[in-house]
Design a protein around this ligand. Structure first.
Ligand code: F6R
Length: 633
């Protein structure tokens, strides 16, 4: 990847984990406070229940509560706890009700060992049976409790007591995925943690450490981190830490600096992170192109791909893969790369890719696209591609994430942390990165230097044009008010704007809970037209381009059946006369090259979804049933 993070071939066999947030602290501060603050940062990873364990008054104190983190905050007064060591968890349940009992931390039978866990212990049933025969008992139905008891059973049998050794032995016998943190009253001067498949990061301060599933839980207190790899564990005391493999081989990693600032994790005066992130897009596009555009020669420089330039040039085929919003940018990437570079591209849902035995050749280049860099389905697709001998690249936002490290090379987005569950700024940055890649490949093939210069000049103007769209959102707010009571929406686009129709519909679905579908506009007549009546708002991307006339015909078809048209149009375009006569509402975006239009067209659609969800009083940053980082297959 761009920031030189060496490729490490991680085992992806066990990517079947639940999405949870984990945080642990050891140092001289009030550990309860640090962990509770950290949990607020990782709550996006799961919000069914939460819990904390601290060592105080010579024993472990475990407090846990079902519901949002707020519930736990309501019963944990950090001023009343004076511990220097604590661990905490936010849960996204896959099996087992999200109740108080199933919340983490889980303890062994004695209550002296507490663990928090992000993942699934696959052989927990057989372990439970053996442990039950040995006389151990269980209070919950979770796999995590079994792991706590299993560790305790090994510790109980040790002649020379050593908790980290008990954890190490236990982990070498369990199957499954884990980001695990252990706190024990037997050895209360240390936190022991380990990972296989689930993210885990160590923050390094002065005589204090934070271990967490995300850097966002660390950055308020320290800015140096290391990224343990799969099958590695850490034994952390106030005065230092040991990193080793499960085979007891010592590891020494150079700490890296966290790339973002604490302020980026705040709402900065906006009511929701989503709105803040929409409003940041001029800046994030600027970040995505900084240092990558060589205006004089019309070339693109993507430093992270330098090593694989020859392979890219010689590729007979590129396969783009991702999930959800990232899949939509992959689709746009297909259009861009095929048209600008003439290289055949296929787009695959990462979640389908490995199950359908795809035909892959050695010269194929697979590019995985991901905001979080932790999506389990995408990681599995990477594994499948590597198994079949492909070069695998990444287009990733989160620096040091599992996908960034599992790929051979790649491009970082530099969009900063995206906290709102609905992806916005990461999407436009992904499309920008793909556009740059398409031009880079195109310049190796058929794009002339003057054409390259023209593309790059227009790309440079994107931030300014984005700001024009964002300057006044009152028109979009009015439209949102008007249609918030609708039950169904259609989004139509053609060519480069078809993936934007899909993404616009996804945005609306996930935060407003309204039904919305995206379609290639011309497909309407092959079926979906039957849905149109005078209750149906139809959002149409009808910008100035070579297929504008065709889109106009599609608009006529909808209007003739009573549908309401919300058109995204190019400001100042003479063709808008037609739109004015037919569309119920027009949202204008500045003119740009056709290939760049999707980046601008996406922004009003993000705002429309946001304001409709706002009208409906939805929980915009944390929509029901969803979590930001989908580390479950
Ligand atoms: C939608 C959304 C999801 C993600 C998908 C992949 O707004 O955020 O559809 O795009 O879960 O996530 P990443 O990009 O982190 O791999």
């Amino acid at each position: 990847m761009q920031q030189k993070i060496p490729y490490i071939a991680i085992s992806l066999i066990y990517w079947k984990c639940i999405m949870c947030g984990i945080v642990g602290y050891i140092g001289n501060k009030n550990a309860t406070e640090v962990v509770m603050n950290g949990l607020k940062r990782v709550e996006y990873r799961g919000y069914d229940s939460a819990g904390i364990a601290m060592f105080e008054n010579n024993k472990l104190n475990v407090i846990k509560k079902s519901g949002r983190l707020e519930e736990l905050i309501g019963i944990v007064d950090t001023n009343l706890h004076h511990s220097n060591i604590a661990i905490g968890h936010t849960r996204w349940a896959t099996h087992g009700l999200p109740n108080d009992t199933n919340a983490h931390p889980h303890t062994d039978n004695s209550g002296n060992i507490a663990i928090i866990h992000n993942g699934i212990i696959e052989n927990y049933r057989s372990l439970k049976k053996i442990l039950t025969q040995k006389g151990y008992f269980f209070n919950t139905e979770t796999d995590t409790e079994v792991l706590a008891v299993f560790i305790a059973s090994i510790y109980d049998e040790q002649k020379e007591k050593d908790m980290s050794e008990a954890v190490r032995i236990a982990l070498s016998e369990v199957a499954g995925a884990f980001g695990l943190v252990v706190l024990s009253a037997y050895e209360p001067d240390k936190i022991i943690c380990a990972r296989r498949g689930s993210p885990l990061i160590l923050g390094i301060g002065d005589n204090e450490y934070i271990v967490a599933s995300d850097q966002t839980a660390i950055v308020a207190y320290m800015d140096k981190v290391i990224f343990p790899d799969d099958n590695e564990m850490l034994v952390i005391t106030k005065s230092g830490y040991i990193e080793k493999t499960f085979d007891n081989v010592a590891i020494d990693k150079e700490p890296t600096k966290i790339e973002f600032e604490l302020a980026q994790l705040e709402k900065g005066g906006y009511e929701h992170f989503m709105l803040k992130e929409i409003m940041e897009q001029a800046e994030t596009i600027e970040n995505a192109i900084r240092g990558r555009i060589l205006l004089d020669s019309g070339d693109v420089k993507l430093g992270g791909l330098r090593e694989v330039t020859d392979k890219l040039r010689d590729a007979h085929r590129i396969i783009l893969t991702g999930c959800g919003t990232s899949w939509h940018s992959a689709l746009l990437g297909e259009y861009l790369i095929e048209s600008l570079a003439g290289i055949p591209v296929e787009v695959e849902y990462a979640s389908e890719f490995r199950y359908r035995n795809p035909v892959l050749y050695k010269g194929d280049i697979v590019i995985a696209i991901s905001q979080s860099g932790e999506t389990a389905d995408t990681l599995e697709a990477i594994r499948e591609a590597k198994r079949k001998g492909c070069v695998v690249l990444g287009i990733v936002n989160v620096v040091g994430s599992s996908i960034a490290r599992a790929t051979d090379a790649g491009v970082y987005l530099h969009a900063g942390p995206e906290i709102g569950v609905a992806s916005t700024k990461a999407f436009t940055s992904q499309v920008t990165a793909l556009l740059l890649l398409a031009i880079l490949l195109g310049r190796m093939k058929s794009i002339s230097a003057p054409d390259g210069i023209e593309y790059l000049k227009e790309i440079k103007q994107l931030p300014e044009k984005i700001n024009l769209i964002l300057k006044d959102t009152s028109g979009i707010q009015q439209i949102a008010k008007r249609y918030a009571s609708a039950k169904n929406f259609l989004y139509l686009g053609r060519g480069y704007n078809y993936p934007i129709a899909l993404e616009g519909a996804l945005k609306l679905k996930e935060i407003s809970y309204l039904h919305a579908e995206g379609y290639p506009a011309a497909e309407m007549k092959h079926g979906p037209l039957a849905l149109i009546d005078d209750d149906m708002p139809v959002v149409v991307i009808a910008t100035k381009d070579s297929i504008f006339e065709k889109i106009c015909s599609n608009i006529e078809e909808v209007k003739a059946r009573g549908g309401h048209i919300i058109a995204i149009a190019t400001a100042g375009f003479e063709g808008n006369g037609f739109l004015r006569s037919k569309a119920d509402h027009i949202i204008e975006i500045p003119e740009t090259l056709y290939e760049l239009t999707p980046i601008l067209a996406m922004i009003p659609l993000q705002l429309l979804a946001y304001y409709i969800a706002y009208e409906l009083g939805r929980d915009i940053d944390n929509p029901r049933h969803l979590a930001k980082s989908v580390t479950v297959e």
